[in-house]
Design a protein around this ligand. Structure first.
Ligand SMILES: [Fe+2]
Ligand SMILES: [Fe+2]
Length: 197
């Protein structure tokens, strides 16, 4: 894969930090996300390392309780109503903040990618799209089959892949009698109009 010894050891350090912060099944999911996000960032950002790193870390704070998540995220000015109502949805924002503090040399795109991985956002960036898609479609996910997975990945742009997922998500929410989050709907409409990350 062309890793230098140095970058490998940093990735290993990040990976073991993540592993120590969650149960095994969540770690296996995180590895699946890292793998697919790495594939996507290699394809669309010419840098497989970016997706691998953002992907392995995205659920780092998945086990923080609501009170801790609200406290850690209290300085954010972009919390949406759905996140206030269900603070678990802030686990990505908390992961982004933790990552920024632990690894300050990485750019803001890592923060944004982690912060928006659950609901999606027009602000999530290309790296965010890689993580969002991978979080939805990594090989361990059981809510889609291999044909669905292949179809999502067969699109030629990140925007089309995210739109495919958002349509599925909207349908799923509707089937439960729920509505998709406002930021997700905003993203869907942005992409339908040809918006780019
Ligand atoms: Fe997550
Ligand atoms: Fe996840």
């Amino acid at each position: 894969m062309g890793y230098t010894g140095e970058s490998m050891s940093l990735y290993e350090e990040i990976r073991s930090r993540v592993r120590n912060n969650m149960k095994e099944s969540r770690f296996i999911h995180s590895e699946g996300v890292a793998e697919m996000a790495s594939y996507l960032s290699g394809r669309f950002l010419s840098d497989p390392e970016m997706g691998r790193i953002a992907g392995i870390f995205h659920d780092y704070c998945r086990y923080m309780d609501d009170e801790a998540l609200l406290s850690v995220c209290s300085g954010l000015d972009d919390i949406v109503p759905e996140e206030r109502e269900k603070p678990m949805l802030l686990h990505g924002a908390a992961a982004g903040l933790a990552f920024r503090e632990l690894y300050p040399t990485f750019g803001n795109e890592y923060y944004l990618a982690m912060r928006h991985h659950t609901l999606g956002s027009i602000h999530m960036g290309k790296l965010g799209a890689c993580v969002y898609i991978a979080d939805y479609a990594e090989k361990g996910r059981k809510h889609l089959d291999d044909a669905d997975r292949r179809r999502i990945l067969s699109h030629s742009t990140l925007e089309e892949m995210v739109l495919d997922i958002l349509y599925r998500e909207r349908e799923y929410r509707n089937s439960l009698g729920e509505r998709m989050a406002g930021v997700s709907t905003e993203l869907l409409e942005f992409l339908e109009k040809g918006g780019r990350f």
